[in-house]
Design a protein around this ligand. Structure first.
Ligand SMILES: C[S@@+](CC[C@H](N)C(=O)[O-])C[C@H]1O[C@@H](n2cnc3c(N)ncnc32)[C@H](O)[C@@H]1O
Length: 118
């Protein structure tokens, strides 16, 4: 059994959500959960795909552990809020359909933190 405390009550993510009026994702995982599996199953530079990313805790952990990542979500507001986890990379940038088409057609990652490759 994994016992992991959820201690994100005063994170930059939550503060920026509050400041901008974006509703924070209501069911965020504690970072220790994806961290456990990412460390067990991947090496630095590997690509981690989270198809139900929510607030994208997985992507934030991947940045810290030097994994590449790609995240999917169905609720746009949660994705908008998730950018605050990567504010030095992502604030103001939207990753659109054409970026994803490029990703899949070229077999390339969008890059760490969704930097766009041209
Ligand atoms: C339990 S939450 C994930 C929480 C996430 N691990 C985090 O820490 O923020 C599941 C997420 O899956 C999303 N979801 C549900 N159906 C989906 C779908 N068909 N495609 C993409 N995301 C979906 C929900 O909107 C929700 O944000």
């Amino acid at each position: 059994m994994l016992q992991i405390a959820n201690t994100e009550s005063n994170s930059l993510f939550l503060r920026l959500c509050r400041q901008t009026g974006i509703k924070p994702h209501p069911a965020r995982y504690p970072a220790g959960l994806p961290e456990f599996f990412i460390k067990m199953l991947t090496d630095e530079g590997d690509l981690v795909v989270d198809p139900f990313a929510g607030s994208n805790v997985t992507g934030e952990v991947c940045e810290r552990l030097k994994r590449r990542w790609i995240a999917f979500g169905i609720v746009e507001e949660y994705l908008e809020g998730s950018k605050f986890r990567f504010n030095k990379f992502c604030v103001g940038n939207k990753v659109g359909q054409s970026d994803l088409e490029g990703f899949f057609s070229q077999g390339k990652n969008l890059g760490r933190g969704n930097e766009k490759k041209t």
